[in-house]
Design a protein around this ligand. Sequence first.
Ligand SMILES: O=C(O)CCC(=O)C(=O)O
Ligand SMILES: [Fe+2]
Length: 359
Amino acid sequence: MSSAMDYEKKAICETKAGIKGLVDSGIVEIPKNFIRPPHELAEELNMCKSTLQIPVVDLSGIEVEDRRKKIVDEIRDASEKWGFFQLINHGVPSSVLDGMIHGIRKFHEQDVDVKKEYYSPDPRARQVRYDSNLQLFKTEGRTSYWKDTLYISRLVSGHIEPELIPPVCRKTTLEYINHVMKLGDILLGLLSEALGLKQDYLKAAECANHQSVACHYHPACPQPELTLGTTKHTDPVFLTILLQDMSGGLQVMRDNQWADVTPIEHGLVVNIGDFLQILSNDKFVSAIHRAVAKKVGPRISVAFFFDGSGPTSSKMYGPIKEFISDENPPLYKEFQVSDYVSKFFTKPLDKTVLDLFRL
Ligand SMILES: O=C(O)CCC(=O)C(=O)O
Ligand SMILES: [Fe+2]
């Protein structure tokens, strides 16, 4: 590591002002540790961009039987082909969505002296913490991302001690959690039906008992083409509901091309996570996605993750028995959340959850 990089790392960590602090200091070039490796940047230049758009599913009329059937068909198709879709008329009030984005922006833009109280680079240390993935400096050859994130973790059925949430965004965040939990229930029902199972199957299978929320703030970036807001990844959870502002930047991989997930005002993005791909025995896909950095900012996005039972539970997960036959053998071994957690922190960077459990 160069001494210049050491200085930048130290400055970001010590001020606890995040990437936002770096931008506010007036930099015109991004520090080296944010620059993606040359082979990645070269590969990018040769890659075609997809003009396809992820499907949009309208949830209005869901209580009418025929309409629900059509919605289930659309969700099945999107989950099989893309692993991604957008929802409109999903029942979460526009004021709650706007309030969440506004609250998260206020958190990241508040006085650093207040914000830094929440700063912690250790994912296991605190239930609510803010960080800029600077711990990645420590890992040789790993690039840092152009974003700061407020993490709200270890929610149990949507519950968290309200006082743990920063006052500046407490009311709006609690409201948002409350509504997204309800939408999560509706979605689990629709996804169960899309898999040909009873409506309460995925909920009863403990696919969403725990939740966490990652509230991202991507500041304007002076050299966006050299870095990323979030590197390409799949979500190591069952299901994600993502709220994004109108800035754009989220992309999903389809047939080896990046497709933009163009924001829809007051829409929500849904994506299938690794564990749902495993349960469905590869019927549904957990798609690779990323967020590009932008010259203008900030961009706010909020990923609400639905996770399984906690690491102390002995609940086993694996391909759903109903899908397994001599012709369709299981593609993954069974596992407990604790197996996954212990492997996750030591797994090689290029391995996903799917690789860890594939037979
Ligand atoms: O910022 C985004 O739109 C994507 C965030 C994301 O993929 C994640 O938090 O897992
Ligand atoms: Fe993600």
